[in-house]
Design a protein around this ligand. Structure first.
Ligand code: DGL
Length: 275
């Protein structure tokens, strides 16, 4: 399906990537964007490496078919489990010249500057935690920083079901936050390592001392994308700029539109994409 333009593609397993897209669109409103939410197969967080890779690669190539030259994996699980293979194996073989970027590296590039104690926390899905991507990436940039990870398997389902507050949500948020802080009470910077989690930020804050820096990815990824496009004027020139935004979901568009109001902060009219 060719959209007749060269939009920047934004992919997530569901709605979470819309929080990143919000920041990107606010920072770079001139570009065209197409969002692809694989809602029919979400969540990815507990799935195997092989499955997340297959689903992500398939979605990225649908975005290429729509005309995208540049795709952002606005999903930590996909960035952790699929990005490297797509970049190193699939692009050179099948789509040379196109680019796929993730959300983990931009976040880890920053984290060493935010901690004074050298103890950093990551809240993420099982998949991201098991991949150890944050530990590995942070080790490259900031070898003196120690990364403590906590999987929060209940958080994505809560967010996807719009359970953003209330006693049930508080219970699961408090439990995971305490499990992280028990690993090292000196933790003073925490990465929300899942694009769904910024929607839970007010509840997460309730269970953390105020001095702790909580890092949401949207603004960081938007800033890094801006920088990338400045450093790659050929790619910036190839991306179309009419300010158009298109949304596809592999599940029900009516439900996507309802959720998008919360995640993206404005109403959208999405289209169904048949897998
Ligand atoms: N939003 C995705 C992430 O950032 C994960 C959601 C899911 O488990 O599908 O990790």
């Amino acid at each position: 399906m060719d959209l007749g333009a060269t939009p920047i593609g934004i992919f997530d397993s569901g709605y979470g990537g819309l929080t990143v897209m919000r920041s990107i669109v606010d920072r770079l409103p001139q570009y065209d964007y197409v969002y692809f939410g694989d809602n029919a197969r979400t969540p990815y967080g507990n799935r195997s490496f092989e499955t997340v890779y297959e689903f992500t690669r398939e979605s990225v190539f649908h975005l290429f078919d729509m005309g995208c030259e540049l795709v952002i994996l606005a999903c930590n699980t996909a960035s952790a489990k699929a990005l490297r293979t797509i970049q190193q194996q699939d692009l050179p073989r099948m789509a040379s010249g196109k680019r796929v970027l993730g959300v983990i590296r931009p976040t880890t590039e920053l984290i060493g500057q935010l901690t004074h104690s050298g103890q950093v926390g990551v809240l993420a899905t099982n998949g991201t935690v098991n991949s150890a991507s944050y530990v590995i990436e942070a080790g490259r940039f900031f070898p003196h920083v120690e990364v403590h990870q906590q999987a929060c398997p209940m958080w994505v389902p809560l967010v996807e079901n719009n359970e953003l507050d209330g006693a049930g949500t508080e219970y699961f948020v408090q439990r995971s936050v305490e499990q992280l802080m028990e690993q090292d009470p000196r933790i003073d910077a925490i990465i929300l390592g899942c694009t769904h989690y910024p929607l839970l930020e007010p509840v997460i804050r309730r269970f953390l001392p105020p001095h702790i820096h909580l890092l949401s990815q949207g603004p960081v990824v938007a800033e890094r994308l801006d920088d990338y496009l400045e450093r790659h004027p050929d790619m910036a020139g190839r991306c179309s700029k009419t300010g158009k935004r298109t949304f596809f979901t592999t599940d029900d568009p009516a439900s996507f539109n309802r959720h998008a109001t919360i995640f993206f902060g404005e109403s959208v009219a999405s289209h169904h994409f048949s897998l």
